[in-house]
Design a protein around this ligand. Structure first.
Ligand code: FAD
Ligand code: NAP
Length: 539
């Protein structure tokens, strides 16, 4: 009998979940609380309960070739980085192309997900939904949770002494829509994540003065890298990942620090992270350094206390006549419909490969999109969905609970070392390492050696070029025949939309130089690798 899958949410994770279910011969029923698809990417002027909310100006911090579904490139004319409305347009195209809309029940909230009484034998779930005030219970064989993790805002007011006395106005960034209310005002933005950076810049155009308070600093990257290429396409390569994994951690951290400081010296702008070696998610912001240089934004340390009309920082500097505070202090994952805390613990949502809870007797429930992969969440969620649906179908299997727990423990130790696994960073992973880790489970991890023998040009591009999502469609289950072409045209696809005025371009000397340079670096890396393996016998 066909297995029924309940999918909670019709954002980018939920949509791909529907498609993957269909491809594996499962029967999806997607419940979406709001009246449309898109989740976080559907901007609305008002903030809706249990749906992530974005501000008008959000532009992606991952480029279009790095943040698409693995078998559905973005339209040729979409720019390299997308305004939120374009992401929604893409999601609509995806839903239309794969005919996904008919599987979604809109304005239907999932209120509870509980194990059926015969759970250990059937693994089934009782799903209670609410549509127009009418509650319904249905039994499902499996569940895919796709409710997003940028909905429940984190506002630790007890970390900000005196805030109760502050007579100005304060909000969390979740409620920020545009800069209209901040014109001519003195505004403090708290935090140094991507929301804080975007909002500070947005407001700085019309505010009297903007202050940005950070307790730990952050690396800030531009979307634009060498030669005008998107930064994620330049950094997310298998070659660089290989080098990073080969080098001692302290050396990698040093290289990373140098790389981060090539655009501007973070120390001079008050942004340098306290722990320079740790690699928590950098801010991607093209305008912040310029706003700081022009004085429109002033970076301040941690807050000591608020008074009725001012804020005092740890260094005892004071900003008087403060009008507004925006706390861009992030989000916490939340699963209000999971009534049994044994299934997933809200705060410590520790899942096997960020997808499967380990404490349930049968692998019939999975979470998608609950990851911060230093890359696109949408693409990671799709790979997770391909894996989860294969587990549900019974063609792939999970290890024992003990082995999964052990894996989680080791991965947390690694994260604590590399990303400073504060509650905020527990979901952090390296992009390619994570994607490959899931891809292995599906049997779609690109095999460079095999490719090298079969198609050297493609192997070269896969190894040295950006690790675009299409790489996970080259072979194995779900192989897509358009993958090779998509990989070989990824740069044209990225840069063509910006070439709106034709100019004569000089010959390809630079490309040849780059190729030569890559070869030299490859050779050096091989020698270094050999040295690391045989180090002792060489000395
Ligand atoms: P969501 O998009 O949040 O969708 C969840 C859906 O579930 C919603 O439609 C909601 O209504 C529905 N839902 C929730 N609860 C229930 C329920 N009980 N019953 C029924 N339906 C329910 N990521 C990137 O990769 N690149 C970026 O550039 C990027 N920019 C971002 C910018 C901002 C400002 C923020 C906050 C995040 C950004 N992200 C970015 C991360 C972003 O969360 C993901 O890209 C992506 O939107 C996650 O999709 P999702 O489907 O998992 O969750
Ligand atoms: P975030 O990345 O979690 O950042 C939260 C910030 O709040 C951090 O700087 C954190 O400091 C700070 N903070 C938390 N608690 C604090 C406290 N008690 N005191 C002082 N500071 C505190 O949240 P976000 O910026 O909202 O981003 C959420 C996700 O959305 C990210 O993945 C981000 O990439 C994405 N996003 C993308 C875009 C875009 O594409 N343009 C825009 C916005 C958001 P520490 O660093 O010291 O912990």
């Amino acid at each position: 009998m066909t297995k029924r899958v309940a999918i909670i949410g019709a954002g980018c994770s939920g949509l791909t979940a529907i498609k993957c279910c269909l491809e594996e011969g499962l029967e999806p029923v997607c419940f979406e609380k709001s009246s449309d698809i898109g989740g976080l990417w559907r901007f609305t002027e008002s903030v809706e309960d249990w749906r992530a909310s974005i501000y008008k100006s959000v532009v992606t911090n991952t480029s279009k070739e790095m943040m698409c579904y693995t078998d559905f490139p973005m339209p040729e004319d979409f720019p390299a980085y997308l305004h939120n409305s374009k992401v929604l347009e893409y999601l609509r195209l995806y839903a239309k192309h794969f005919d996904l809309m008919k599987y979604i029940q809109f304005q239907t909230e999932v209120c509870s997900v509980t194990k059926c009484s015969d759970f250990p034998s059937t693994g089934q779930w009782d799903i209670a939904t609410l549509t127009n005030g009418i509650q319904r219970n249905s039994i499902f064989d499996t569940v895919l949770i796709c409710n997003g993790h940028h909905t429940k805002h984190y506002l630790p007011l007890d970390s900000f002494p005196g805030i109760e006395n502050f007579k100005g106005h304060y909000v969390h960034s979740r409620f920020y829509k545009d800069s209209a209310n901040y014109k001519g005002k003195t505004v403090l933005v708290v935090g140094i994540g991507n929301s804080a950076g975007d909002i500070a810049v947005d407001i700085s155009n019309t505010a009297k003065q903007v202050y940005l308070s950070t307790r730990g600093g952050s690396w800030v990257l531009s979307r634009i890298s060498k030669g005008g290429c998107p930064i994620d396409m330049m950094l997310s390569t298998r070659f660089l990942t290989w080098i990073r994994n080969l080098l001692p951690a302290s050396f990698s951290a040093r290289l990373n620090e140098n790389l981060m400081n090539t655009w501007f010296d973070h120390a001079n702008y008050g942004l340098e992270p306290l722990d320079r070696a740790q690699l928590k998610e950098p801010m991607v912001n093209d305008y912040l350094p310029s706003c700081i240089l022009c004085g429109a934004i002033k970076v301040k340390p941690q807050i000591k206390t608020f008074t009725e009309s001012s804020v005092i920082f740890e260094d005892d500097t004071v900003v008087e006549n403060l009008d507004e505070v925006i706390f861009a202090t992030g989000y916490v994952p939340s699963f209000p419909f999971l009534k049994d805390p044994e299934v997933i613990d809200d705060i410590n949502a520790l899942l096997y490969k960020q997808v499967f809870p380990t404490r349930i007797e049968k692998p019939t429930l999975a979470v998608l999109g609950l990851v911060k992969p230093l890359g696109a969440i949408l693409t990671a969620a799709e790979l997770q969905a391909r894996w989860a649906t294969r587990i549900f179908k019974g063609v792939a299997h999970l290890p024992t609970a003990a082995r999964m727990e052990d894996y989680i423990k080791k991965s947390m130790e690694f994260k604590t070392k590399v990303f400073a696994a504060t509650p905020n960073q527990k979901l952090q992973t390296y992009f390619i390492d994570y994607m490959d880790d899931v891809a292995v489970e599906i049997g779609v991890r690109p095999n460079i050696m095999h490719l090298l023998l079969k198609d050297p040009r493609l192997a070269w591009t896969v190894f040295f070029g950006p690790s675009t999502p299409y790489q996970y469609r080259l072979s194995g289950p779900g192989k897509w025949f358009g993958a090779k072409k998509a990989i070989l045209t990824q740069w044209e696809h990225t840069l063509n939309p910006a070439r709106t005025r034709l100019v004569n371009k000089s010959s390809g000397t630079w490309l040849n130089f780059k190729t030569l340079l890559s070869l030299c670096v490859l050779l050096a890396a091989i020698l270094l690798g050999l040295y690391c393996i045989n180090g002792k016998s060489w000395s």
